[in-house]
Design a protein around this ligand. Structure first.
Ligand code: ZN
Length: 131
């Protein structure tokens, strides 16, 4: 049989026994062989680390501060390992600038409110002169 498929036993007509030929425990599908069979675990971890390192290097080239394999603990106490934490310093600069702009806008609004209040008091004292 010639087809554009991987030679796994789950393909109909491929084999009478469709269990994984390495561990014999599950049906030998491509997903099982690549993602779950215990015999492929070392290769999966190696592939994961290689991809993680390539992504981290690409993020570093984009001027991110990158941390790999960061250990952490969840609220329920279980341990987790974060593959990549990427921090953009330029993004934090943008956030600082936005906060400064918001503070300036708030100060301008307060100044306008003070001017209007003072003018209203002046108007109440002498309604014939507005300014
Ligand atoms: Zn297996």
């Amino acid at each position: 049989m010639i087809a554009n498929v991987s030679a796994v036993r789950a393909i109909p007509g491929r084999s009478q026994d469709n269990h994984c030929r390495r561990c014999l425990s599950e049906i030998e599908t491509l997903g099982y062989v690549l993602g779950a069979c215990p015999y492929g675990e070392t290769l999966r971890i190696h592939r994961h680390h290689a991809i993680r390192t390539k992504l981290a290097d690409a993020l570093r080239k984009l001027k991110f501060t990158v941390y790999e394999e960061v250990h952490g603990t969840v609220d329920n106490g279980s341990n987790r390992r974060i593959d990549i934490i990427a921090i953009s310093e330029s993004l934090s600069q943008v956030i600082k600038i936005i906060i400064i702009i918001i503070i300036i806008i708030i100060i301008i609004i307060i100044i306008i409110i003070i001017i209007i209040t003072v003018d209203l008091f002046r108007f109440k004292e002498n309604p014939t002169i507005w300014f």
